[in-house]
Design a protein around this ligand. Sequence first.
Ligand SMILES: *[C@@H]1O[C@H](CO)[C@@H](O)[C@H](O)[C@H]1NC(C)=O
Ligand SMILES: *[C@@H]1O[C@H](CO)[C@@H](O)[C@H](O)[C@H]1NC(C)=O
Ligand SMILES: *[C@@H]1O[C@H](CO)[C@@H](O)[C@H](O)[C@H]1NC(C)=O
Length: 297
Amino acid sequence: MSQILTLTALLVISFYVTFSSSISIPKYDKLLVFGDSYSDDGNVYKLSNGTWPPPFYFKGGFSNGPLWTAFLSQSLSAQLENYAYGGATADDDFIQGYSGADGTLKVPGLKRQVEAFSAKLSNGTDLSHSLAVVWLIGNDYLNTNWTAAPSNVIARSALSWYLLYQKGVRNFLLPNMPDVSLFPYFKGSDPSYLAIIKDVYQKNNAELKKSIDTFKQAKPDVKVYDFQTDQFWVYYRQVQASRLGVTDFVDACASTYENKPLTICSNPDSYFYWDDFHPEAKTEQALAAAFYASLGN
Ligand SMILES: *[C@@H]1O[C@H](CO)[C@@H](O)[C@H](O)[C@H]1NC(C)=O
Ligand SMILES: *[C@@H]1O[C@H](CO)[C@@H](O)[C@H](O)[C@H]1NC(C)=O
Ligand SMILES: *[C@@H]1O[C@H](CO)[C@@H](O)[C@H](O)[C@H]1NC(C)=O
């Protein structure tokens, strides 16, 4: 672990240690990841034959360095099994997940990702020491111009938790959405439009919290870590990031989206966002450290 935890990680963990005298992290043998581009470390890249995300991204993941998935699996010494696809939605029977440079590549949504995992499972596999991360950042809303109902989106996400439970998974990390209205993609948008986006993200997180409570009541033997991504990012921006040399929280380093001419900044390290939607490498590492620390609660 000491190899992995650099200054960023230690600063982040110190925040948590302040509130809990010691951190004791359970042992996990597998890290199972389901979600969208925030977690996809190369699945849609393979599906698109190496065209999406663009080759100047890091090894087919949606950032300029390793994603949180790599850092967290190393910190936990757990084997990473990643089923996430960039562009994925809560349920592609409902709204098709799309990805790719032109946005037409069909990708498996959450339910199909869990089905792919289940299909690979041999009978009798003990999953009680696996940690499943199920995390969506909002493609269901993005694809519908923020008209999809959060209650429906979360109900469909929750379905995947119960499917995983049926297979024997008992440990879940279920992060909520960050404040997506702050994405560089929406910079300069009409304030009334930004207010709609902010409202949807807040409703999504409120629905998520309710559904997690219901899940815990229905399945008393589950352990759920309900990480508050939105709160952590506020803390990280206000307290940690500038100390680490991150000074730009509103712009994208790389202009990847909307057929804009490609530009890449010369100092990605000082950006919070790598592109219009996705965290920069340092942010990924801070996130992984915060996920790790949250497992001690
Ligand atoms: C990737 O390559 C395979 C094999 O040549 C082809 O069947 C598939 O359609 C390609 N996918 C895309 C998205 O271009
Ligand atoms: C697993 O169990 C199911 C039913 O319990 C059976 O249909 C299936 O063939 C088994 N698969 C393997 C690989 O043994
Ligand atoms: C998206 O929604 C906003 C606010 O309701 C509206 O002003 C805008 O025209 C919509 N955009 C599209 C592409 O439908």
